[in-house]
Design a binder for this molecule. Structure first.
Ligand code: ZN
Length: 135
């Protein structure tokens, strides 16, 4: 994680909805704790969302209808999906405005490791610090 990392609006909203995986959620939480001014940004986002809460797009987003898996977003970013699939995925982001998938795309676009990779890394760097069992 670089020092210039900033959570996107999509990631902040996904965080408040507890839609992020545990690793991404912890990253946003740590970030917000260290930078209280971002909390006011979060309040603005929530106020905006409240205004739009009855829109069809919001209902679609809340129920995460038709969210493609992260592996498909990676393939999309790599340019290895066909035109039809690419159009569908673009519509999911631009028409549906799915913030969970936008957060995934933002993360993958930054070269973010998969959550499995991050969990493995956290596990491997913390295992030596665990207290030993006393048998
Ligand atoms: Zn989605």
């Amino acid at each position: 994680m670089s020092d210039t990392w900033l959570p996107t609006d999509a990631e902040l909203l996904a965080w408040i909805d507890e839609d992020l995986d545990p690793v991404a959620s912890a990253r946003v939480e740590t970030f917000l704790r260290d930078r209280p001014p971002l909390l006011s940004r979060l309040e603005e986002l929530l106020a905006d969302r409240e205004k739009a809460s009855l829109s069809l797009g919001e209902i679609w987003r809340r129920h995460r209808i038709s969210c493609p898996p992260r592996t498909l977003w990676q393939a999309y970013l790599d340019g290895s999906v066909g035109d039809g699939v690419a159009q569908y995925l673009q519509g999911h982001l631009n028409l549906v405005g799915c913030r969970v998938c936008q957060a995934n795309v933002d993360d993958l676009g930054r070269g973010g490791a998969s959550s499995d990779d991050l969990q493995r890394k956290i596990f491997s760097t913390s295992i030596g610090r665990l207290p030993r069992r006393k048998d």
